[in-house]
Write a protein that binds this ligand. Structure first.
Ligand SMILES: *Cc1c(COP(=O)(O)O)cnc(C)c1O
Length: 384
């Protein structure tokens, strides 16, 4: 039996075979612990060093500023709780966005239970942060602003350079969750004045279980309290034996993504726009999020008179897509992201997310468009 076409690249992506090839020797031959001081350790250490260099260059950072973690969830936790713990004598106020991933919102909620204050800013109906609202929210006791680079549901890209400039002007640290953005849009921690940035490999055709936190070392030097204590790896910020094969795969994935960034962005934008153009031929279909300032492979729609879960289910034999965010699709509550855009609960429930990726073809998109139109029409008829 043929499996459905995979169109859920914001949940995770398939491992690129080239990435697997790069990883394999580090499971077997070069299995050493990078911290060991003998031949086996040195081989692993050299691979980690090379990978760290590649990842640092990808975001215009220095290798010493890359702290490996198990993924973006851990990187977000380390950034937010780590800064809160070291900066609480300066202030106890943090700022974030309503549309953030739960891996940012939940650490913030946790800090509230410890006595920190968190301002959760609204977004405009197109999903973008209003910079005036950000500037007005910054107080003398604000220690951190956390605003994501690219949204995992609606793909909207926040104006990082402008946010960085505002934070820098007010001497507040700027953290960004770039899990969806790395190697898909250009990222530059210098030009964008980013102090902390969370990354992950598995959204960019790398392995699951590996990510990193960029931690600025100069102007300003960011001090971070570790959240995992132990052997003092990663300059004391994150203990635990480095996972060499995953680190090698992470770097390979990012390198491939950067090499193909422009051609893939163009190709995926064309596929996305083609899909949207076909779907919008139906009446009462709405695009969620900014029409152009979004990830190339992201299309998020609300279909009036149709339940998103029913639609995703109806599409199942043909395509694997998600209604709302994958992390919350088990819940019956409408997506907090769509609600933040001002969508009614009915329209938020009627949403569908297409995540187009590197391995999707034009022929697949056309088949999915035809199948989705058919499914929507038949679901609507059933309601009438
Ligand atoms: C996937 C994702 C995460 C979580 O990353 P993991 O590496 O799976 O922990 C965090 N933030 C965003 C925006 C994501 O898309």
């Amino acid at each position: 039996m043929q499996r459905p076409i995979y169109l859920d690249c914001h949940a995770t992506t398939p491992l690129d075979p080239r990435v697997l090839t790069a990883m394999l020797p580090y499971f077997t031959e070069h299995f050493g612990n990078p911290a060991s001081t003998h031949q086996y350790g040195w081989e692993a250490e050299a691979a980690v060093k090379r990978s760290r260099q590649i990842l640092a260059e990808a975001i215009h950072a220095a290798p010493e500023e890359i702290v490996f973690t198990s993924g973006a969830t851990e990187a977000n936790n380390l950034a937010i709780k780590g800064v809160a713990e070291t900066c609480f004598s300066k202030g106890r106020h943090l700022i974030t966005l309503q549309t953030e991933h739960s891996a940012v919102l939940d650490p913030c909620r946790y800090l509230q239970t410890l006595g920190f204050e968190v301002t959760v800013l609204p977004v405009q109906p197109n999903g973008l942060l209003d910079l005036d609202i950000l500037e007005k929210a910054i107080r003398s006791d604000t220690i951190l602003v956390s605003v994501m680079a690219a949204n995992n549901e609606i793909g909207v890209l926040q104006p990082l350079s402008e946010i960085g400039a505002i934070c820098h002007h007010h001497q507040v640290l700027f953290h960004t969750d770039a899990a969806q953005a790395i190697a898909k849009i250009p990222l530059n921690v210098q030009a964008m004045q980013i102090d902390l940035m969370s990354l992950t490999a598995h959204k960019v055709y790398g392995p699951k279980g590996i990510g990193a936190l960029y931690v600025r070392r100069r102007d300003p030097r960011v001090q971070l309290a570790p959240q995992l204590h132990g052997g003092g790896h990663e300059r004391g910020m994150r203990s635990g034996t480095l996972y060499t094969p995953q680190i090698v795969g992470f770097a390979e994935a990012v390198q491939l993504g950067l090499a193909e960034l422009e051609t893939e962005a163009k190709r995926q934008t064309e596929l996305r726009d083609r899909l949207w153009h076909k779907l919008r031929s139906l009446s009462s279909i709405h695009l969620n999020g900014h029409p152009t300032q979004r990830l190339p492979g992201n299309l998020n729609i609300s279909v009036e008179g149709v339940n998103g879960q029913a639609l995703a289910l109806g599409l199942q034999p043909l395509a694997a897509v998600s209604s709302g965010s994958a992390c919350t699709s088990a819940q019956l509550e409408p997506s907090h992201v769509l609600t933040a855009l001002g969508r009614s609960p009915a329209l938020a429930h009627a949403s569908l997310r297409f995540g187009i990726g590197r391995f999707n073809t034009l022929e697949e998109i056309d088949r999915v468009a035809a199948g989705a139109i058919e499914t929507i029409q038949s679901l609507r008829q059933r309601i009438l």
